[in-house]
Design a protein around this ligand. Structure first.
Ligand SMILES: Cc1cc2nc3c(=O)[nH]c(=O)nc-3n(C[C@H](O)[C@H](O)[C@H](O)COP(=O)(O)OP(=O)(O)OC[C@H]3O[C@@H](n4cnc5c(N)ncnc54)[C@H](O)[C@@H]3O)c2cc1C
Length: 418
């Protein structure tokens, strides 16, 4: 049973010990604030555990970009490996779907790419600094990320390269021979590749989040294992109701990833947060056939990442309720495709399921809750939350301290939806 915490007072209570919450805790502690980060599980045990571990410099175009329109007909039959959707979920969430699609136009895409570019740049800087400070530099690999096409996609690769170059993001277009030179252990299934040279990856995102949580403790922050029941305004501070007792905090940071909307509803905030679910499964690698870097199979809509425990194959998007029963249809389709690229053995564990928290514009909420002083929102980091967690958390700590974040955070203001 956890100890009763009633009476504890802190400057900042961070709800959630995923990459975003732990990062907010570190950055608040670095500013001299007293901090407790609360989670019902060990740090980095949920979405921040199961992702593909890519620290992506180039993921500045969200899923709802103009090319989504040409892909839509292929999704209608609901057999696509890239996207599955629950018709009842779509009916219940028509407003979210309409707003998500409304953002997939050129005029709304460029500004979002610029905003995400700033957030990603700031975050990669922090990851590279913190992973060393946290004593886990061996977990980061500066080997880039390979997007690969089975078809002759030279034009598509060149277009993507030119777009990224406009933002100063470097990449290399590769042919079949160059791909084989780069990844000598894969079969020659890919005709075209685009190597994102400034992208890094880690061999265990969960372990990296845990290392950051240890770093937070080393800085004098607290990490508390407890269920969070509610948050209530209490004069000019906040009461955070836990499974056992309540903590008083001057500031509360909501960093509950896909669970963030739940805790805000009783305060009158209806957050349009959907969950783009995804799966992974890990397989024993063949030591003679190792991967050097994550590979994104563009047509197969899956990723393969070499991880500490094996090759992690991750699937595309499933649009349904966060807690609906699992459906392994997409994973079942992509695992044989991955086996056709690199040789690997049996599964090391059961499949894992997670949920990417996504707002209709695919930008996270980073900033103050509009009607409650001392309440800060830090969630909605969609497909790139492991990359963007550190700068998301740091921006909140900066705002709490009255500083300007290190990147332009205006596009992420929660007031745009609340
Ligand atoms: C298949 C897949 C692949 C991905 N690949 C990548 C990738 O390669 N690169 C990348 O940058 N991003 C990737 N992402 C996205 C990324 O994983 C997420 O955006 C990010 O992890 C979200 O972090 P978070 O801290 O907001 O949420 P989380 O890590 O989910 O943390 C939220 C925490 O809140 C806690 N919590 C919730 N409710 C309560 C409660 N009531 N009481 C106590 N605790 C509570 C949970 O236990 C959890 O630990 C991927 C996601 C998926 C699903």
């Amino acid at each position: 049973m956890s100890e009763n915490v009633t009476g504890q007072q802190v400057d900042v209570a961070v709800l959630g010990a995923g990459i975003v919450g732990v990062s907010a805790g570190i950055a608040a502690r670095q500013r001299g604030l007293s901090v407790v980060v609360i989670d019902r599980r060990e740090p980095g045990s949920e979405t921040s555990y199961g992702n593909a571990g890519i620290l992506s410099s180039g993921s500045i175009l969200p899923l709802n970009k103009p090319s989504l329109w040409s892909a839509l007909p292929g999704y209608l039959a609901n057999t696509s490996v890239a996207l599955r959707w629950d018709p009842l979920w779509v009916i219940r969430n028509l407003d979210w779907v309409a707003r998500f699609l409304a953002n997939a136009v050129p005029s709304r895409t460029r500004p979002r790419a610029e905003a995400l570019h700033g957030l990603i740049g700031a975050s990669l800087k922090l990851h590279r600094e913190w992973i060393v400070k946290a004593g886990a530099p061996q977990r980061i690999r500066e080997t880039g990320w390979l997007k690969a096409w089975r078809s002759d996609a030279l034009e598509a690769a060149k277009q993507e390269q030119a777009f990224l170059a406009e933002f100063g993001i470097e990449s290399q277009v590769l042919d079949r021979q160059a791909i084989s030179a780069l990844e000598p252990n894969i079969l020659p299934v890919y005709k075209t590749g685009l190597l994102h040279t400034q992208t890094a990856s880690v061999d265990s995102p969960g372990a990296v989040t845990k290392a950051y949580a240890q770093m937070l403790k080393g800085l004098g922050g607290e990490v508390r294992l407890s269920d969070i029941k509610a948050i209530e305004p209490a004069g000019d501070s906040w009461r955070v109701v836990l499974g056992s007792g309540a903590i008083s905090a001057r500031h509360v940071v909501v960093a509950l990833g896909p669970w963030s909307a739940d805790i805000l509803r009783p305060l009158g905030y209806r957050v349009p947060l959907a969950t783009e679910r995804g799966y992974h499964q890990e397989f024993t690698p063949n030591p003679a056939r190792t991967l050097q870097r994550p590979i994104h199979d563009a047509e197969g809509s899956f990723l393969m990442t070499p991880m500490e425990n094996g090759i992690r194959v991750t699937s595309g998007v499933e649009l349904t309720d966060r807690d609906a029963p699992s459906s392994f249809a997409q994973l079942d389709m992509v695992v044989p495709m991955a086996r056709g690229v690199v040789e690997f053995g049996s599964a090391v564990a059961e499949p894992w399921r997670g949920a990417r928290p996504t707002l209709p514009d695919s930008l996270p909420m980073i900033g103050p809750a509009p009607r409650h002083p001392g309440l800060w929102l830090a969630f909605g980091n969609q497909h790139i939350g492991f990359t963007t967690g550190p700068a998301t958390g740091s921006a909140i700590a900066a705002m709490i301290s009255g500083e300007t974040p290190s990147f332009d955070a205006r596009a992420f203001a929660p007031g745009r939806y609340l």
